[in-house]
Design a protein around this ligand. Structure first.
Ligand code: SAH
Length: 395
């Protein structure tokens, strides 16, 4: 690091940090530094050009940051000494630090990172024993969330702040390094599990941090970054309708929609965003999402006992989704102390699923992973010790 991670937060780490012009302005007046994590691939190329360096230097820096996880410009040995020094003067790397790792019995691993400034960011690695290429990493897009879904633990934090593009990507980098270190700890010959899929289903609403999300996706799929194909990335949204088609135009990622109810009355009750964009508006937006052949939209449906899990709901769900090329993920509610909802019985879940299957819909019940370490859907945020969060439950 150019400066120790314990430094106070530099001026450019404001809550809205995607304004490149502003950051560059500050960088060149020498008064402050730019966070390299605010920059997408194009921004980084523009930045190195302001130093009279060719654009390909950005690719070199990106490989150090996002392929190797190196955060100290001094260590970027294929750059000239002079350039390394100038970079360290102008840029800083607010890398995530592993704060806590919890390894669950099924291999699910929950990471709590400390971001620059102290906020806690969580990510969950979910291995797939049957198909290792399908190991999934679930990452966060915000610290906390503003949407206030009544069943979700992250909601109880409120929105603390948006993550910067590089912070979204750094979750992947840090997890990869930890998996490699852990494999070596187990046995020197062991190979670390690979991360095949990325889902933006952790803390936060990705489409509410749209600019940073798109830059993060650009970094992730770049040749000079982690090289994850957009087809292996899924962005999940609670339903910010106007951003859905835009995401389809700007990227080639998969779309998941947290539908969670079949009537506006129930959906508005459990997901206040539904008052802004109701089910009809949301599904209309999904129709505007460009879907390549053989791709499908995922609809997630949290089953809340006695709330949205009746046979009637299942039949309405069939009617709502019949015309979509889609799959449905049923998620039996994961209980947590901040919500009074209950998980339906296994029999109820099976009956609900059967109605969808009989209508020839592709439907999966998402088995809770990482239950034992509070890493299941909607359980992120439990251990947040963020200085600015409203909630501070310390385990
Ligand atoms: N804000 C985005 C990303 C978060 S994804 C979104 O809403 O899609 C989190 C997923 O977990 C969503 O599908 C959500 O409906 C689901 N979820 C949240 N809390 C849950 C809980 N307690 N039990 C089961 N699923 C939950």
């Amino acid at each position: 690091m150019g400066s120790p991670l314990t430094d106070p937060v530099p001026m450019s780490m404001s809550s809205s940090r995607t304004d490149l012009d502003l950051d560059l302005g500050r960088a060149t007046d020498g008064a402050s530094q730019t966070s390299v994590f605010d920059l997408g691939p194009g921004d980084l190329a523009a930045f190195v050009q302001t130093l009279n360096e060719p654009a390909y230097r950005a690719a070199q820096i990106s490989r150090w940051l996002y392929q190797r996880g190196v955060t100290d410009f001094e260590a970027m040995s294929d750059l000239s000494k002079g350039l390394r020094q100038r970079l360290a003067e102008r840029l800083f790397v607010p890398a995530l630090r592993v704060h806590r790792v919890e390894r669950g019995v099924d291999g699910t691993t929950k990471y709590a990172f400390r971001a620059w400034g102290g906020d806690v960011v969580e990510a969950v690695f979910i291995p797939d024993a049957s198909a290792p290429g399908r190991n999934t990493l679930c990452i966060s897009s915000q610290v906390g969330c503003a949407l206030d879904c009544k069943f979700c633990l992250t909601a109880s934090l409120g929105l603390v702040r948006n993550l910067a593009p590089g912070e979204i990507v750094d979750q992947l980098t840090r997890v990869r390094l930890d998996l490699e270190a852990e494999a070596i700890r187990q046995s020197p010959e062991a190979t670390a599990p690979q991360i095949g899929n990325i889902v933006l289903m952790g803390m936060g609403e990705p489409l509410q941090n749209y600019g940073a999300l798109v830059k993060a996706l650009e970094i992730m799929s770049s040749e000079d970054g982690p090289k994850i194909s957009p087809r292996r990335i899924t962005v999940s949204t609670a339903g910010l309708a106007p951003k859905i088609a835009r995401l389809g135009r700007d990227t080639a990622v998969n779309l998941a929609i947290s539908l969670n109810a079949t009537t506006d009355a129930v959906r508005t009750q459990i997901m206040p965003i539904n008052a802004r964009w109701n089910i009809e508006a949301l599904l209309a937006a999904c129709r505007g999402f460009p879907l390549e052949r053989r791709r499908r939209i995922t609809f997630e449906y949290v089953l809340l006992g006695g709330v949205n899990d009746s046979d009637e709901d299942a039949r309405r769900l069939v009617r709502l989704l019949r015309s979509f090329r889609c799959k449905v993920n049923l998620i039996p509610f994961n209980e947590h102390p901040y919500s009074a909802f209950e998980r339906p019985s296994p029999g109820r879940v099976a009956a609900f699923q059967a109605i969808l299957s009989r209508a020839r819909m592709t439907v999966l019940v998402r088995t809770p992973r990482g239950d034992d370490i509070s890493a299941a859907c909607g359980q992120l945020g439990a251990l947040v010790e963020s200085p600015r969060s409203r909630l501070a439950i310390v385990s």
